[in-house]
Design a binder for this molecule. Structure first.
Ligand code: B1M
Length: 211
């Protein structure tokens, strides 16, 4: 089995104690951090499919997510740049009612490497917590809202609407997550949308430098 395949299997089967070593072995074998990350994302796709098919349940999803997070921790130093933080502060969180944080964490990691300072509000973040963080932190130039559940899309919309209605200025709002589309982002009044973490970093930089 190739090292990359090994990484995928260890995430899929939630090997939280082994995954860090397996990721390191893949790196040592010359696999790129990007390829290793893609393998882990693909593994989570398989986990989601198994959940949909009813062959695994929430605890298995959770343990796979923990394994992926531990794998990402090993990759992080290999994926982030200098992080000069010259583009201001990005307030990031997963919207209210939603506990999924792996995609949000990847977006935070890539946006940080594009030159932002990250203020991570975590998961299940109500709109007023985003608004307070914009008020309380210096030079907030970007607000990034993640949502993974169809059922939390109304919360995503409300978050963007409330942030825009707060009267606060000087920042752009970017949204994303599996059920989010460009069309939806336009509809709810977000300034930007990205399909993945790499795209979010590019879009974040473009939005803030064009402002
Ligand atoms: Co849940 N879950 N989950 N889950 N979970 C999904 C999302 C699901 C698709 C699984 C399935 O049914 N096939 C499904 C949602 C269906 C839907 O709404 N259409 C689902 C469900 C139903 C649920 C529960 C309701 C299950 C239940 O309790 N019955 C429950 C809800 C809990 C809640 O949030 N209130 C639940 C719970 C959980 C766990 C807690 C067990 C766990 C999350 C743990 C954690 O995050 N720490 C979990 C997991 C692991 C998943 C799957 C398997 C994997 C998610 C993941 O991390 N993917 C997922 C199935 C799947 O994704 N195929 C599933 C990897 C990650 C890198 O991808 O987060 O999509 P993703 O991020 C991507 C892009 O979306 C994008 O960039 C990333 C890639 O670079 N992106 C952004 C994300 N945020 C962005 C923000 C941006 C820009 C891009 O700008 C700001």
């Amino acid at each position: 089995m190739s090292k990359i395949e090994d990484v995928k299997v260890n995430v899929e089967t939630g090997k939280t104690k082994l995954i860090a070593g397996v990721v390191q072995e893949a790196l040592d074998a010359g696999d790129s951090p990007q390829d290793i990350l893609q393998a882990m994302i693909a593994a989570m796709g398989v986990v989601g499919d198994k959940f949909s098919a009813g062959t695994i349940f929430v605890p298995e999803m959770l343990i796979a997510a923990k394994a992926m997070s531990k794998g990402v921790d090993v990759l992080k130093p290999h994926m982030t740049g200098e992080g000069s933080s010259s583009l201001g502060t990005c307030v990031i969180g997963t919207v209210q009612g939603d506990l999924h944080d792996i995609g949000k964490n990847l977006v935070g990691m890539m946006v940080e490497s594009a030159g932002f300072t990250i203020v991570d509000l975590g998961v299940d973040v109500p709109a007023d917590k985003f608004i307070n963080a914009i008020k309380e932190n210096d030079n907030v130039t970007l607000v990034a809202c993640s949502g993974l559940l169809s059922t939390t899309m109304p919360a995503l919309k409300q978050t963007v609407v409330d942030i825009k209605a707060s009267g606060l200025t000087g920042f752009k709002v970017i949204v994303g997550g599996a059920p989010v589309t460009q069309e939806m982002a336009d509809e709810i009044g977000a300034d930007g949308y990205a399909a993945d973490a790499g795209g979010a970093a590019i879009k974040a930089k473009a939005l803030v430098t064009a402002a």
